[in-house]
Structures are given as C-alpha cells and as structure tokens.
Design a protein around this ligand. Structure first.
Ligand SMILES: [Zn+2]
Length: 344
C-alpha cells in the first residue's frame, strides 16, 4: 500500500512516498481504508523534530483519520466492512489509574497518532476497536477528519479545564486555527458565552464573525489589551496557544480571579511573566492537552445537532507533492480552519 512517510527530520522534502505491506486486523482490531486525514500543527512540529522525543524512520504522520471499515478482526462484532468511521486521535493503556478514571489524556502511555505512533498518511490502518467511532451521517470524510484532535482540545480546554459559563466573556486566540475555529463555536453555540477572538489577517475577520464571535480583533492592527480594556474592561477567561508573544498582555487582560487556559506555545515557550499579576489578582494559569476519548461521543453529538461544524480551509490529494503542499499551506499561516488530505 502507499504511504507518505517522514524519512528524516526537516523541511517538506523529507516527506516521501513509500510502499508498505497492507496491514491485516489482529484480534479486536479494525482495518480502516483511510479516506481523509487532516493536518495539525503537530504534524509540522513532528516533521521538524521539535516534539521532544525521537522517531524511527520511516515515520507516518497524521492524527485525524476518517475512512471506511475494510475488514474486522476476530472478536469485533459491532462493525462491518463498509461502515463509515472516524478514529480517536490518540491511544492509551486502558488500565492505569488515569485511564480508569476516564482521564486517558493523563495516561503515562498516552500516544497521539502520527506523533508517538504511526498515523494516517497511509491507505490502510489497523487499530483497536475502542478507537473507532461511527461517522456522523451527512458529513463528508474530509469534514469528519477535520474534527477529532481540534475538537477534543477545544472541548477539554473550555468545558473541562476552563469551566466556561454562559455569563462569561472569553477571549479565544486565533479564530482561524483548527482549535480556535471550533472553540469559538463551542463557546458560543454550546455554552452561550460572549466571545472575543483574534485573527492576523483582514480576510479572516468576516469568517470569524460568521462562526459566531461577537468581536474580532486583528492583532496586527489593533492592540489586544487596549481593545479589551476599552470595550470590555477585562475578560473572565482566555483560551491561548500563542505562548511567549502575547502572554503578558493576556494576563493583564484577564479579570481578578479569572483564568487562562493554555494548550500550546506556538510563538515560543520561553515567556516572561510578571508574577504579581498572577498572585495578587488571583489569575489561574491552566494547562490543557488533548481531551478524554469519551468526550468524542459528546463532540459527535454536538456535530450531529449542528452546534459545531467542521471548518475546512483546503483539501490536497494524497500524493507526495499533495502532502508537501498541504504542509506548506499550513506553515504559511494563510489558512482558516483545517487543511485536509483526501484519498478520494
Ligand atoms: Zn493509562
């Protein structure tokens, strides 16, 4: 079968088409014919060798996978060939304290597809039944692949870690990001909060308003802190992934007793923070990574109810050049929503 693998760390030219044996499903596994795989910034960091652990090459990227059941292994009775499915973006041990508590994203063996273990830039993938979810009817494979990792991240950060309330005002950084575009919808359509968000280009403003944001700040033209102070006073909660570039202003934009939920540090992790604003104004800095696999059931229900919709920026073919182009596109920052590779 065809696969587009990383053969080293580096620029997009380390992505090469290779031939791999077609896997067969083991006991309790499902063989999925991949129809679409969505990119995440994680793909870029992994390709550049920036995720903090090493890989054996060739390594297969791709965390967000939608496809069709090709074959089921022994003991799998509730799925059959032809069923349309989406995969959970990460695996865990299933037996440790955290897994047993349902907090599998705190499992010491938590493995994200495409980062810690091989992912979805392949024609076929065999995976345990528990990681396979039925695709919501009416979604295309491309749309379905645009959901799992970003939605889990947004849901965990806003609902579980952030405890966002309908009476609150939230600042969501980067409405055009995979997580941001879903976070705006969850904050607005699921919770009913007031939503301020940021973009870095004028063409993204209208799209962010269309997702439901109440106020969109182009941070290259307007000062985030000044706009918030002038129009809102301060915000109750911030959802941030930008890291060192904005953190000082974001802390100042947060109200006394407010909280900042952080799920990344895109612009750099070596930040300077005035700690007086943390303890004296009692601001909480909360870390969040991925989310509970069980929350995917709720996420699919929210998609089915029309409360959150996948936001797809662009679709590329599953060829060596197509995958490289998809990486270049995401790297350019000129995207609103997800970049997806389609096998159809
Ligand atoms: Zn575990």
């Amino acid at each position: 079968m065809r696969a587009i693998a990383m053969v080293d760390y580096g620029d997009v030219d380390v992505l090469k088409e290779i031939d791999l044996p077609k896997p067969s499903p083991g006991k309790g596994e499902v063989l999925v014919r991949v129809k679409a795989v969505a990119l995440n910034h994680l793909d870029l960091w992994t390709r550049r060798g920036m995720v903090g652990h090493t890989h054996e090459f060739p390594h297969i990227l791709g965390s967000d996978i939608a496809g069709v059941v090709e074959e089921v292994g022994e003991g799998v009775s509730d799925l059959k060939p032809g069923d349309e499915v989406v995969l959970a973006p990460a695996k865990s041990c299933g037996v440790c304290e955290m897994c047993t508590l349902g907090e599998d994203n705190l499992c010491p063996h938590y493995s994200i597809l495409g980062e810690h273990v091989d992912g979805g830039y392949v024609e076929y993938l065999a995976i345990e039944r528990k990681y396979v979810f039925r695709k919501v009817e009416g979604l295309s494979f491309v749309e379905a692949a645009a959901i799992p990792l970003a939605a889990l991240t947004a849901y965990n950060a806003l609902i579980r870690k952030g405890n966002l309330q309908p009476t609150e005002t939230i600042l969501i950084m980067s409405a055009g990001g995979g997580v941001g575009s879903l976070a705006v919808q969850i904050a607005k359509n699921v919770v009913g909060a007031r939503v301020i968000t940021t973009v870095g280009s004028d063409w993204k403003v209208e799209k962010a308003l269309h997702l439901g944001a109440d106020r969109v700040i182009n941070w290259r033209k307007e000062d985030i802190l000044e706009v918030i102070k002038k129009e809102f006073g301060r915000v109750d909660i911030v959802l941030d992934h930008t890291g060192s570039m904005h953190i000082e202003k974001l802390i100042r934009a947060t109200r006394w007793g407010g909280r900042i939920v952080m799920y990344g540090a895109t612009s750099g992790y070596d930040a300077r923070v005035d700690l007086r604003h943390i303890f004296y104004r009692q601001v909480s800095l909360i870390g969040s990574t991925m989310g509970r696999r069980g929350d995917l059931f709720r996420i699919w229900r929210l998609v089915d109810m029309g409360k959150i919709k996948p936001v797809v920026d662009s679709v590329f073919p599953f060829t060596e050049e197509g995958v490289r182009e998809a990486h270049r596109k995401l790297e350019s920052g000129q995207v609103f929503g997800k970049v997806v590779i389609s096998m159809e």
